[in-house]
Ligand binder design. Structure first.
Ligand code: ADP
Ligand code: MG
Length: 371
């Protein structure tokens, strides 16, 4: 049986934060960094997996069940389990994983891993069975299986954003995701052609309390929706901000206001991208940051300083991306200002006594694919 190789990228969300579980909109891109899985199937009843990120190899029985395997290999075992749970065949074999997606900095190394593993296992079964068995996966279904691997096997809460991004990404394209009906629409995203570039500024602050804060925000959004007589905040999106007058709790009101305004910002941002209007897009990013800071309260002083300094140093706009409490700030920056902006942001962080942020340019790249 022949060896297959399959790759899946990390991702960054351009705009649309904490909108997924409110059935709203988000707009991620795939990154050039990716995880590559090399898989050689055999007739055994286990997969032996190794990663260049970890010592040794881990044996995963094909009959693995949630929590059998822990640590990094749980993500691999989770895909095996989730695939088999919905009736797909999974062969035994030897799997080796290499990756340049940074782990734990919010670029979704976990979805890059699960989606690459899933693609490799599916490709191996499809090439092994002479005829198509009718078990080809569509990408939304694949995303759900990868999500179950994380949610139910690993025990990590994650929406579908990361997996959809890894699976649907395309070069020079952002993905407009509607979480109500799980649709993904491509939107042109090629700022470099307009003399602008996307810059990732990693604050190197890692979110330690994110779990509780996340649950707290979710509960606020659910209460606010209920106060407006709706099942989800998406259901009141068309009523405008006036609908919020029914929310009496001032904190819940601010949380809901972030979600409703953020959904509109995603749509406005996508419209600006269609016109290659990066200056309007930048302004919307900055407004998103302010909403996360003032209404959703998920930023921290380090990322506020980075975002504000970037805009002062000539970015068209800047915002924290990801769940919050640290992580990465993204900025749209005219090409001729990237160097001076980087120096200014580093200087401001140093003056405030913060860790030096790591700064790099990036662009949107291809999604999960066989190599
Ligand atoms: P991220 O934001 O990067 O997705 P997560 O905490 O969701 O952060 O997932 C990171 C975890 O995924 C790592 O701690 C590790 O267990 C696993 N992981 C991701 N990529 C790899 C890899 N290439 N090799 C081994 N494990 C990986
Ligand atoms: Mg993850």
């Amino acid at each position: 049986m022949s060896t297959v190789r399959y790759a899946a990228p990390g991702r960054v969300n351009l705009i649309g934060e904490h909108t997924d579980y409110n059935l709203g909109f988000a707009l991620p891109i795939g990154l050039p960094q990716r995880t590559v899985v090399t898989f050689t199937p055999d007739d055994s009843d286990a997969i032996t997996a190794s990663s260049d990120r970890a010592d040794g190899s881990v044996r995963i029985g094909l009959d693995t069940a949630p929590r059998d395997v822990t640590g990094w290999a749980a993500y691999v075992a989770g895909v095996v389990w989730a695939l088999r749970d919905v009736g797909h065949q999974v062969p035994g074999g030897t799997m080796s994983i290499t990756s340049d997606v940074e782990v734990g900095s919010g670029l979704s190394s976990s979805a890059a891993l699960t989606c690459a593993v899933l693609g490799a296992l599916k490709t191996a079964t499809e090439t092994a069975t002479a005829t198509a068995t009718g078990s080809r996966l569509d990408r939304v279904e694949a995303a759900r299986i990868a999500q179950r691997a994380e949610n139910e096997y690993v025990g990590a809460p994650t929406g579908l954003l990361d997996q959809l991004s890894a699976l649907f990404a395309e070069p020079d394209t952002a993905l407009l995701i509607d979480f109500r009906d799980i649709t993904v629409r491509p939107v042109p995203f090629d700022p470099d052609a307009a003399g602008v570039t996307l810059v990732l500024i990693d604050s190197r602050v890692r979110h330690s309390h994110a779990g509780g804060e996340y649950a707290d925000r979710r509960a606020s959004c659910e209460r606010a929706a209920a106060a407006m007589g709706a099942a989800t905040l998406r259901d009141v999106q068309d009523r405008g901000l006036a609908a919020l007058s029914a929310v009496t709790d001032p904190v819940d009101l601010r949380r809901a206001r972030h979600v409703l305004t953020e959904n509109q910002r995603v749509l406005d941002f996508a419209a600006a991208l269609k016109d290659s209007d990066y200056s309007t897009a930048g302004g919307i990013m900055t407004a998103s940051h302010e909403s996360m800071r003032d209404d959703f309260n998920i930023t921290v002083p380090q990322v506020d300083l980075i975002a504000e300094t970037a805009v002062r140093a000539g970015a068209l706009g800047a915002r924290m991306t990801g769940g919050g409490f640290g992580g990465v700030v993204i900025a749209l920056v005219p090409l001729d200002r990237v160097e001076s902006l980087s120096a200014t942001v580093r200087g401001a962080s140093a003056d405030a006594g913060y860790d030096e942020p790591t700064i790099r340019r990036t662009h949107s790249a291809a999604g999960a694919t066989a190599l």
